[in-house]
Structure formats: structure tokens, C-alpha cells
Design a protein around this ligand. Structure first.
Ligand SMILES: O=C(CO)[C@H](O)[C@H](O)COP(=O)(O)O
Length: 209
């Protein structure tokens, strides 16, 4: 299983400072939605220039104009881009088309897809040419009483596509995520919010070695 850091920060400078401490422990660098909204395409260019050997994921959460937004991210250096699974099929198909054009990856983010609909939506996404999905409880959902990553993981069992998982993963839950069959564990707050982000990243990496 790969480890992806979600840079849900607001400044490129802070993202680069954090990466200076944690990059050796992660496989994929995610430009988080707040960061890309705050800094635009320049942050993709800056981080790809600094870490050309790392896969760069742009968390665009695209809901419309799939081909255009995916193209923008790919041209700025992203290796993969996120489109919302809730978007219209035409939006998904547009992002997939850009993925084929640039030979890069499109990940459909299942955030907001009701649990009972997830597996059927994944099948539809596969038919649309999507190769990877993200099982995702967002920051607001995680803050609700009773949120459990174990319950989240139950809803992906039987997926016909490889999946990443995001939803408040930390060093004590990452093994459960791996054992559920995830291809990628995405960690944001569990690293950037830790007292010692480098130590947190090191622990996450060693837990899944
Ligand atoms: O996309 C996101 C929120 O919409 C986050 O990047 C994702 O949830 C990972 O962060 P965390 O580990 O803090 O949940």
C-alpha cells in the first residue's frame, strides 16, 4: 500500500517546508483542495519542480468541466487528478478523456456518495473508464459524532476498482486500512496536524512496511 500526504495547507511555502521533513516517507504528494484554491496552478508547478520523482495528485474535487479541469492540472505537472464521483457522467467522461490524452490517472472521489450507492456507482465509474476510486469521509463528516473509519471501510468491500482511502487516518488505523485492501492510504491531519510531523510520517510508513 502506498502512503499519500494530503497537503491541506494554505501556502506553497508551508507545503514545501512540511515536505522537507516528510517527503522521504511518502509515495504520493497531494495538493489539497484548500491549497490549490489558495495558490492555483503555481503550487502544482512548484511542488512538481521540487519533487519530480514523486507522484503528484491534484485534489480538484471537480464537479463540472471535467476535461478542462483535468487538462489544467496535468499541464501544470499533476500525475493524477480527482473528480467527484457525484458529478454528471459527462464530467467523469471528460476527465477520463483528458487522462487518456496525457497518459495520466483520474481518481473518482466517492465523498458524499451515500454508503448504499457506493458499489453501484463504482461499477458505473468503471464503465465510464475510471481506473481508480477514493473512499473518502471528508473533514466535516469526520467531525460528526459516531464517525468510524471501520464503518467507512465496510462500504467498499466488493469494489470492482482499486481504491484509496481518506478519512482521518492515523498511525493506529492505517493497518486496518491496508488490511481492507486499500491501494493508497491518504493522510492529511494525521501528519500536518501532528506535534512532530516527521515522526508521524515515519510511524505511518513503518506501520505499513
Ligand atoms: O480531501 C480532504 C478533505 O476533503 C483531505 O485531504 C482528506 O480527507 C485527507 O485528510 P485527513 O487525513 O485529514 O482526513
Amino acid at each position: 500500500m502506498k502512503l499519500q500526504i494530503a497537503l491541506d495547507l494554505l501556502r506553497t511555502r508551508d507545503a514545501l517546508l512540511l515536505l522537507g521533513k516528510v517527503a522521504p516517507y511518502v509515495d504520493i504528494i497531494e495538493i489539497g483542495t484548500p491549497l490549490v484554491k489558495a495558490e492555483g496552478l503555481a503550487v502544482l508547478r512548484a511542488i512538481k519542480t521540487a519533487y519530480p520523482e514523486k507522484e503528484l495528485f491534484a485534489d480538484y474535487k471537480t464537479m463540472d468541466a471535467g476535461e478542462l479541469e483535468a487538462t489544467m492540472a496535468f499541464e501544470a505537472g499533476a500525475d493524477s487528478v480527482g473528480v467527484l464521483a457525484l458529478a454528471n457522467d459527462a464530467t467523469i467522461a471528460g476527465a477520463v478523456k483528458a487522462g487518456h490524452t496525457y497518459q495520466k490517472r483520474v481518481v473518482a472521489d466517492l465523498i458524499g456518495v451515500p454508503p448504499q450507492n457506493r458499489l453501484s456507482r463504482i461499477s458505473e465509474l468503471k464503465d465510464l473508464g475510471v481506473s481508480h476510486v477514493e473512499l473518502h469521509a471528508g473533514l466535516d463528516e469526520q467531525s460528526l459524532p459516531g464517525y468510524s473509519i471501520v464503518d467507512l471501510l465496510k462500504t467498499i468491500s466488493g469494489s470492482v476498482l482499486p481504491f484509496a482511502v481518506a478519512g482521518g487516518i492515523n498511525a493506529s488505523t492505517i493497518v486496518t486500512v491496508r488490511d481492507a485492501g486499500a491501494e493508497v492510504a491518504i493522510v492529511g491531519g494525521g501528519i500536518y496536524g501532528a506535534e512532530d510531523p516527521q515522526d508521524a510520517a515515519r510511524r505511518l510508513r513503518s506501520a505499513i512496511k
